[in-house]
Write a protein that binds this ligand. Structure first.
Ligand SMILES: [Zn+2]
Length: 340
């Protein structure tokens, strides 16, 4: 379904400029933005996948991953075609990298208007909705309408994002957005340009902005790729950047698996993630977690005050050890997060 974009402006000669992500695409009549799903149709910027997700699943919130946000809770999760990034290692490339389709004729997804999603969640008592799999800002209108409606019924909203939104887009959805996992793919602008078709700076700005200036709960994920972004120096740069924003900002260090256009290297060895884990902790981050490998010791949440385990995890299974949500059972320290 088509829906006129919420954030764009009209330029000369029927061009339009999208104001939702940092590409600020200027799109000629009949053209499309870099995401492929915002298109200039008759001088208006239209989202063409509104209400039409191609991925629909109910996942545990730990899979997003969010470890400090309603642990163990279920999340209705949707994603559409299209993305503003072109990561060569994208794990969801089969949907995210689809841009060339005829929205009037081709299959563009199942029929899930916002009302149907919220109704489904209410009937099954699903407490959260995630906009994920591809980049949610590319289907901003759909995410915004769903999130706004969901809030009327106390359902929380999550973005799993590469963090390339404009501040304007963040500000607009902020009242309805409760949590975000932001990918920080590298600390190198060159990596962002060459591997992902984007830029580093806006991502750094957005992480800091969301943590410091909004009520959105934020966690950060970095996928380490052998030979590309896995040097101890780069790990340290990322960890120091994050700790500078807040030592309570959880950092998920995750394993790469060969896929899509990046099949020329092996999966990330577990030792790489354990090194990142140590570097993150040494830098002063209170919460570092390994992902995409099984290591319960490095997936547990420990009290930053006394070191006692507070939440244990095994894969997506979660066991809380507290008596009161978010409170260390040993020393009474309150852990950062949204626990109920
Ligand atoms: Zn404690």
């Amino acid at each position: 379904m088509r829906k006129e974009a919420y954030l764009y402006r009209k330029l000369k000669k029927d061009y339009v400029q999208c104001l939702e992500c940092e590409h600020y695409c200027a799109i000629p009549p009949g053209g499309k933005g870099r995401c492929g799903v915002k298109r200039n149709i008759g001088g208006k910027l239209m989202l063409v996948v509104y209400g039409r997700p191609v991925a629909v699943h109910v996942d545990p919130v730990e899979k997003k991953p969010l470890f400090h946000f309603l642990p163990g809770g279920g999340v209705f999760s949707i994603g559409t075609f299209g993305c503003n990034f072109t990561c060569k290692f994208c794990q969801n490339w089969e949907i995210s990298q689809v841009r060339d389709f005829d929205d009037q004729r081709d299959y563009i997804g199942e029929d899930w208007p916002p009302e149907k999603i919220v109704d489904y969640c209410r009937r099954r008592s699903i407490p959260m909705i995630a906009y994920t799999y591809n980049e949610p800002v590319v289907f901003f209108e759909y995410a915004y309408d769903t999130a706004k409606l969901a809030h009327q019924y106390g359902i929380r909203n999550i973005f799993v994002s590469s963090g390339f939104e404009t501040e304007q887009a963040i500000d607009m959805i902020e009242p309805y957005l409760d949590a975000a996992n932001i990918d920080l793919k590298s600390f190198s602008d060159r990596f962002y340009r060459e591997i992902s078709g984007a830029r580093l700076k806006p991502v750094l700005r957005n992480i800091e902005y969301m943590v410091k200036k909004t009520r959105i709960w934020v966690e950060v994920t970095t996928l380490f790729i052998p030979g590309l972004n896995d040097s101890p120096e780069e790990m340290r740069d990322i960890a120091q950047f994050l700790v500078g924003i807040s030592p309570d900002l959880p950092w998920h260090v995750s394993a790469f698996y060969p896929t899509y256009l990046m099949t020329d290297r092996p999966p990330t060895p577990p030792e790489t993630l354990l090194r990142a884990y140590e570097i993150g902790k040494e830098a002063g981050l209170h919460y570092v977690y390994v992902g995409n490998i099984l290591s319960p010791e490095h997936e547990a949440t420990y009290c930053p005050h006394c070191g006692a385990p507070v939440i244990k995890r095994f894969g997506y299974h979660t066991q809380v050890l507290w008596r009161e949500p978010g409170v260390c059972p040993v020393c009474g320290h309150r852990l950062a997060g949204v626990w109920e």
